[in-house]
Design a binder for this molecule. Structure first.
Ligand SMILES: Nc1nc2c(c(=O)[nH]1)N[C@H]1C(S)=C(S)[C@@H](COP(=O)(O)O)O[C@H]1N2
Ligand SMILES: [Mo]
Length: 545
């Protein structure tokens, strides 16, 4: 009991601190600790602000939070990456960066408090953090020479701020009579802290603005693109490919709502006028370099192709269908003298490299087997959006994105699967990964409460390059019913389907399965996405009223 009373008393004392001119009492010490923590946070803010400003002179990807985030992504095991994609979806990158900033803030507080007593140690801690940023920037696959600069400059700014602020908190003005309140010069601390906060914010805002402007040339180069009419146009989408069922995914996915999966914390802004594509490697008779205009000048093909991510869970959202315009990849390879392995070619893997260091390996045999593998320049009638790979990306029907669809392409290298493992393969995903036959119920939504009677159950099914042959549904593990399939656009696109269910009141589970043109029916065996794509039947539970 005395303990409690004691606590109560001291807190009351704290409240009356101003009436007790007895030097730094408990409240004074607490205030000093808080100001120490604040110094640490201000040092961190100065670091980030200065780093952002310097990164504008280097490149946005070199700013420390982005560099550390990128390095974390590079080192994230497949299972964790999968968890992040599943739980945060496209916000996973935001969550990651907020996490890094939160962690930084926590350490900043610790360092600020440490510096109250151990000024050098606190400042050394700030340098260590700068080192982490610099090492992260240096470890990125696409690192450039000056990438460490923002972290180093930021760390030096942070050290300077912590040194000055902790100094102000330490030094009591020499006075014969102890002054009221904490034993340091409040006014000088407040001035320095305010100046630091203002300068950090200004540096950060200016850096952000400059970084945003650095994409201006790229944006202008994109605006200037006029896609020519394709030499080989896609046939119009058959009218019967769209079922007029509310809630079903539109046959063509608008670019703005097309799923996005990549490791880029900053979307690369590539200037098409200076962009180059290098084609080289095993079995290439002569190395070739293309400009964007070179590709635009070639005969272009236009095709509807459904893209799917290997991280898409059964029933998941990472699938979309677009109309792509581009250069036939097989033509380019053949001109360079490349032969398929089945025709004696020495290379069995085509590695696509992006400006951000991504590597994606596809089987040469598949690229040359007659399918519409292409270097896409356009998506849904417009130049590729930056987020989807401007100026040029790869699209290969029938393969998951991580083994086919390299965005922001910069290089094509012919090699072998024995000689080289691409980015995701080094992270426990399969070397080869054809898209699995899948179906998804879009409507009704899980836990919907439709009225008893006729309920339209509808969705999409895909088995790229094989084509969908049949979609079936069953309720409460009853008999299978065949859905009505929308008209097929091509074997490379998904198909909508609908089945009219005579729903009875109660809770029911609806399950779907698809069969492809090879006669393969989707298995009910549940498998996770690692290493080569999820399996199982999508099901939806509804409450019929
Ligand atoms: N440069 C680069 N290209 C990339 C990726 C990436 O992380 N970086 N991700 C791949 C993956 S895993 C998929 S599923 C597709 C997704 O393409 P989208 O974002 O245009 O839908 O891009 C592929 N191309
Ligand atoms: Mo993916």
């Amino acid at each position: 009991m005395t303990g409690v009373t004691g606590q109560q008393r001291s807190s009351t004392d704290g409240g009356r601190e101003s009436r007790r001119p007895r030097g730094p009492g408990r409240a004074g010490r607490v205030l000093r600790l808080l100001l120490g923590a604040l110094s640490g946070l201000l040092a961190a803010a100065a670091s980030l602000g200065v780093a952002e400003l310097v990164s504008a002179a280097v490149r946005p990807e070199a700013s420390p939070v982005v560099a550390v985030g990128g390095a974390v992504i590079d080192r994230t095991p497949a299972s964790v990456k999968d968890y992040a994609v599943r739980h945060f979806g496209t916000d996973d990158k935001l969550v990651l960066q907020l996490g890094i900033v939160a962690l930084l803030g926590l350490f900043a507080v610790l360092l600020g408090v440490t510096a109250l007593r151990f000024r050098r140690a606190g400042c050394a801690g700030v340098l260590v953090f700068g080192g982490v940023g610099a090492v992260a920037a240096w470890s990125r696959p696409e690192r450039q020479g000056l990438d460490v600069l923002p972290s180093v400059a930021g760390a030096l700014a942070g050290v300077a701020v912590l040194w000055v602020l902790s100094g102000r908190l330490a030094a009591a003005p020499p006075a014969a009579v102890p002054a009221p309140g904490p034993a340091f010069d409040r006014r000088r601390f407040v001035v320095a802290a305010t100046a630091t906060a203002a300068a950090s914010a200004a540096a950060g805002v200016l850096g952000r603005a400059l970084n945003a402007r650095s994409g201006a040339a790229a944006a202008a180069s994109r605006t200037a693109v006029v896609l020519p009419r394709p030499a080989s146009a896609a046939a119009p989408v058959p009218r019967g490919a769209h079922l007029a069922v509310p809630g079903v995914s539109p046959f063509l996915t608008p670019s703005g709502s097309f799923y996005r999966v990549d490791t880029a914390l900053v979307v690369p802004k590539v200037d098409a006028t200076t962009w180059r594509l290098r084609l080289h490697g095993l079995g290439v008779a002569r190395e070739l370099t293309y400009t964007y205009q070179d590709l635009l000048n070639r005969p272009l093909i236009e095709r509807d192709i459904t893209l799917t991510c290997v991280s898409n869970e059964v029933g998941g959202p990472y699938v979309g269908n677009a109309r792509w315009i581009g250069v036939r990849l097989a033509d380019l390879l053949r001109e360079a003298g490349v032969r398929a392995p089945s025709r004696g070619g020495p290379a069995d893997q085509l590695v696509a490299r992006s400006v951000d260091g991504m590597t994606i390996g596809s089987p040469v045999e598949t690229v040359l087997d007659g399918r519409d593998a292409m270097l896409a320049l356009g998506m849904n009638g417009r130049p590729l959006p930056f987020a989807h790979g401007f100026p040029v990306r790869v699209v290969i029907p029938g393969l998951y994105g991580y083994v086919s669809a390299c965005k922001w392409l910069s290089e094509l290298e012919l090699t072998t699967f024995d000689a080289f493992d691409a980015y995701w393969v080094r992270r426990s995903w399969s070397r080869q990964a054809p898209v699995k036959t899948e179906s998804r119920i879009d409507t009704p939504k899980p836990f919907a409460t439709p009225r008893a009677g006729r309920v339209a159950v509808a969705g999409v099914a895909w088995a790229q390059h094989r084509g969908i042959d049949r979609v079936e549904l069953r309720v409460d593990a009853g008999p299978w019913h065949t859905a009505r399939l929308a008209a097929e656009d091509t074997a490379d696109t998904w198909r909508q389907w609908v089945w009219t269910w005579d729903a009875t009141p109660g809770t029911h589970r609806i399950e779907v399965r698809a069969t492809d043109r090879d006669g393969h029916t989707q298995t009910d065996e549940r498998a996770g996405t690692v290493p080569d794509g999820a399996t199982g039947w999508h099901s939806v539970v509804v409450d019929v009223t």
